[in-house]
Design a protein around this ligand. Structure first.
Ligand code: 5AD
Ligand code: SF4
Length: 471
């Protein structure tokens, strides 16, 4: 038995039966309903949306990108930063007229933002045209929520809080057939002082390894070539469970699966990155030479206030250790600029880490106050103009470094997993190197998505590379 609570199979069976009822509801109406799902935020949310779509598919729904033709418009939201929340509320507000024209249209909001009580209350009182609201913990109950909303024509709010449980065997609807994200664990125990995630996604809970392996084997049979293992902090995989397996062991198991050619994973917390994991990365031929290792801030004083539980020096020596064992792998990071109390000297430490580590790219964020987190009430909140000025300096330095690293790719040949046609040009194909770099190339119709091809880099940019086929 896993110590993490698992949603009982009978509960999931009940949801499947309810999904069939929704299917019959639409059959009776003689209509194929359409849903527009709009996803904000991280890969975990993308993965949740794939499960939402999987359940809706079983309820008879097809999918559209057009609000006008949708019978259900559902926003799967992110609460990590205020900007994303404002955008959701703006977009939801703009749908009022459509709902007035089309009273049968269901508008819903789900995900992290709705797991915060003040937000769901605000939606309840101010956004009356929204009829479905559910948080991250109620995701598996979507069939029940849909049936209630459709048959009783009333507003459904399912935002109960819980520390979380695992719902296995929820159908998944995946867009791509070359790459897939697979969650290995949910939730977070770390309580970094700026972060809302532990409050809205509950405590860490690891999926059972056999369930993960089964899912990946099925994906491999369907032709998926690349797997990204997903969790807020994959390095603590198994800590909450009574099975005797850590993330290093899991990587070794996934590495054995026939048909899977590439494995990536995120996110790693520096405090939990073990030698065992670094060794496993070195041993597993399918694990790609890439590591996402957020450092968040360069100043040890700020790191302490963030409750990150490592110092700048510890982070830098971890990077040295990783590079000593794995060579010059591609590294990426998350950074927060303008955390409460961050001085110019503190910020310079962040720039210093960028210069010392030389990340391939970084995801940088301006600190956003999240109500309910300890940092929201810390003194010395940084004025916006200072935050922006630091943010711009950080981007400028990082763009220079990214570009310099990319220069090294010039005229070298890489194996590319072809992902398909470029979004911006029909005649151009796109794929990724083992390091995760995007390469665009002209193939004269020779390649298909899922192919592995050799590409020589002919042009470099800050964010992408251009190449030609080596036959
Ligand atoms: N403000 C800004 N960035 C944040 N992140 C998390 N919480 C906040 C916040 N309140 C960033 C962190 C994390 C990434 C997913 O989002 O850098 O690693
Ligand atoms: Fe948030 Fe920190 Fe957990 Fe990442 S490790 S999800 S930043 S609390």
């Amino acid at each position: 038995m896993n110590k993490s609570r698992i949603i009982p199979p009978e509960e999931l069976k009940k949801q499947k039966e309810i999904a069939d009822e929704v299917l019959s509801y639409w059959k009776q109406k003689g209509k194929k309903p359409l849903a527009h799902i709009i996803t904000y935020g991280c890969q975990q949310n993308e993965n949740d949306s794939e499960r939402i779509k999987g359940m809706l598919d079983k309820m008879g729904y097809g999918f559209t990108e057009e609000n006008e033709e949708a019978d259900l418009i559902l926003f799967n939201t992110c609460a990590v930063r205020e900007g994303a929340e404002m955008r959701v509320l703006g977009n939801v507000g703009a749908l009022k007229h459509l709902k007035a024209k089309k009273p049968d249209l269901l508008i819903g909001i789900c995900g992290c933002m709705m797991q915060q009580e003040h937000m769901s209350k605000q939606v309840k009182s101010k956004y009356k045209h929204v009829s479905i609201v559910f948080g991250t913990h109620a995701l598996y109950r979507l069939p029940e929520i849909m049936l209630e909303a459709l048959s009783d024509n009333k507003r459904v709010f399912s935002t109960e809080n819980s520390i979380g449980a695992i719902a296995e065997d929820i159908p998944v609807y995946r867009e791509g057939d070359i790459k897939a994200w697979v969650s290995v664990m949910y939730g977070c125990n770390n309580f970094c002082t700026y972060c809302i995630v532990p409050y809205v996604r509950g405590r860490e809970r690891s999926r059972r390894p056999e369930k993960i392996i089964e899912e990946i084997k099925e994906l491999a049979q369907k032709g998926v070539k690349e797997i990204s293992l997903l969790g807020q902090n994959v390095n603590s995989y198994g800590n909450d469970a009574d099975f005797n397996m850590d993330f290093a062991d899991l990587l070794r198991e996934v590495n054995k699966i026939d048909g899977i050619r590439r494995i990536r994973f995120m996110t790693s917390h520096p405090k939990d990155m073990t030698d065992r994991l670094i060794d496993a990365m070195a041993e597993c031929d399918k694990v790609m030479p890439q590591l996402h290792l957020p450092f968040q801030a360069g100043s040890s004083r700020v790191l302490e206030k963030m409750n990150r539980r490592y110092t700048k020096e510890q982070y830098l020596s971890l990077v040295d250790k990783v590079r000593a064992k794995l060579g010059n792998i591609s590294m990426t990071s998350d950074i927060i600029v303008g955390f409460p109390g961050e001085t110019e000297e503190d910020f310079k430490e962040t720039l210093d880490v960028l210069e010392k580590v030389r990340f391939d790219s970084v995801y940088s964020f301006i600190y956003s106050k999240r109500s309910g987190t300890p940092a929201a009430t810390m003194p010395d909140q940084i004025p916006e103009d200072v935050q922006h000025e630091r943010f711009d300096r950080l981007l400028e330095l990082q763009n220079k470094i990214s570009r310099e690293i990319n220069e090294d790719y010039f005229e070298k040949t890489y194996e590319l997993l072809v992902e398909g046609k470029s979004k911006t040009d029909e005649n151009v194909m796109t794929g990724r190197t083992p390091e995760g770099k995007i390469v665009n190339f002209n193939d004269d119709g020779k390649c298909r998505a899922g192919d592995f091809v050799n590409i020589k880099i002919t042009k470099v940019g800050t964010w992408s590379l251009t190449g030609e086929l080596v036959l």
